[in-house]
Design a protein around this ligand. Structure first.
Ligand SMILES: Cc1cc2nc3c(=O)[nH]c(=O)nc-3n(C[C@H](O)[C@H](O)[C@H](O)COP(=O)(O)OP(=O)(O)OC[C@H]3O[C@@H](n4cnc5c(N)ncnc54)[C@H](O)[C@@H]3O)c2cc1C
Length: 286
């Protein structure tokens, strides 16, 4: 395999929350074929394999994760063909948005402010009130769980609310179908979304975005706020005073604090509304 393999790598600096112990192995393949080789090798050797994107939706346990963590930062190419734009899994959404806006291609501004990589946005079907990732995806290149590289078209998409329905595949590349528009108009929509987000979410603090999924017909943030949880704190993790579905780390928090706060918030919402909140955030280890 071309790429780097490092042993015992602490994950916290790579996580948006800045929390998490070491991975046994941290693997950064060079190209798409190399990712396939890693998937096949881990399968044959029975080594657990996880894929890390931008680390903006994962809480890693304080004692870390066993097995290998795959990071696809080297898959960072953006290729345009008319109104279609293919982006590697390691491209960040903000840089893709900038690149497509500059050439007058609209659509991605509905994902403004999401600090994901393309692979993570697809895996989570990340979205906002204005739309979600799979509104725009026309095809995917993936490594299937058996290690084979395959192209998936819409007939094989299984995306749902905040779940890309990948069924164990690793995303290598996504192609987005965009529409021509004036760069100034795209920029204006982007700026408006960003302004709204900055005013209503603690974007400058360490978090994983929304901790819980919105239950049908309601908003988890509203339920948490009405249940009296704003500014509730355990250790270094606090329910944001700006948006109650965001938990923020003051720099001293641990994964154990995060989980304990989630349990307490769930209990209070259950007691008050009889609703069981489901996590949107993913947990590794522990
Ligand atoms: C400040 C802030 C604001 C946010 N706002 C939003 C928002 O408005 N809307 C929203 O939906 N989310 C939001 N989020 C959450 C998060 O950004 C999204 O869930 C995003 O899709 C995660 O992408 P990531 O690249 O960081 O993935 P990670 O957090 O690294 O991983 C998330 C999941 O995707 C999997 N994954 C990552 N890459 C791949 C790949 N190449 N192939 C297969 N699986 C992969 C991981 O294994 C993991 O299960 C926010 C988070 C923060 C911190």
């Amino acid at each position: 395999m071309r790429g780097s393999v490092r042993e015992h790598v602490v994950l916290a600096p790579m996580m948006h929350l800045r929390i998490g112990g070491p991975a046994d192995w941290f693997v950064e393949p060079y190209g798409e074929e190399d990712v396939g080789l890693v998937v096949r090798a881990c399968r044959e050797l029975d080594v657990p394999l996880r894929v890390l994107g931008g680390g903006s939706n994962v809480v890693v346990a304080d004692d870390g994760v066993r097995g290998a963590v795959l990071h696809l930062g080297n898959l960072n190419r953006i290729v345009r063909d008319g109104t279609r734009v293919a982006a590697g899994a390691g491209v960040t959404l903000p840089s893709l948005l900038r690149a497509t806006k500059d050439v007058g291609l609209a659509g991605l501004e509905r994902l403004t402010g999401i600090p994901a990589q393309v692979g993570g946005a697809v895996a989570m079907n990340a979205g906002t009130r204005d739309g979600e990732t799979f509104d725009l995806v026309s095809s995917l290149v993936v490594v299937e769980p058996d290690g084979a590289i395959a192209v998936r078209g819409p007939d094989r998409f299984r995306a749902r609310y905040r779940d890309g329905g990948l069924e164990g595949a690793v995303v290598l590349q996504a192609t987005f179908a965009l529409v021509p528009d004036d760069p100034a108009a795209i920029f204006e929509r982007f700026s408006q979304s960003l302004k709204k987000r900055n005013a209503t979410q603690p974007v400058a603090q360490r978090s994983v975005g929304c901790v819980f999924r919105n239950p049908a017909g309601d908003a988890a943030g509203r339920l948490i706020e009405v249940a009296g949880c704003k500014l509730l704190r355990i250790g270094g993790i606090e329910v944001s005073g700006l948006h109650a579905n965001y938990f923020v780390n003051d720099g001293t928090g641990s994964a154990a604090d995060f989980v304990a706060l989630m349990q307490e918030v769930r209990r209070r919402v259950r007691d008050r509304f009889g609703i069981e909140l489901e996590p949107e955030v993913r947990f590794w280890g522990g």
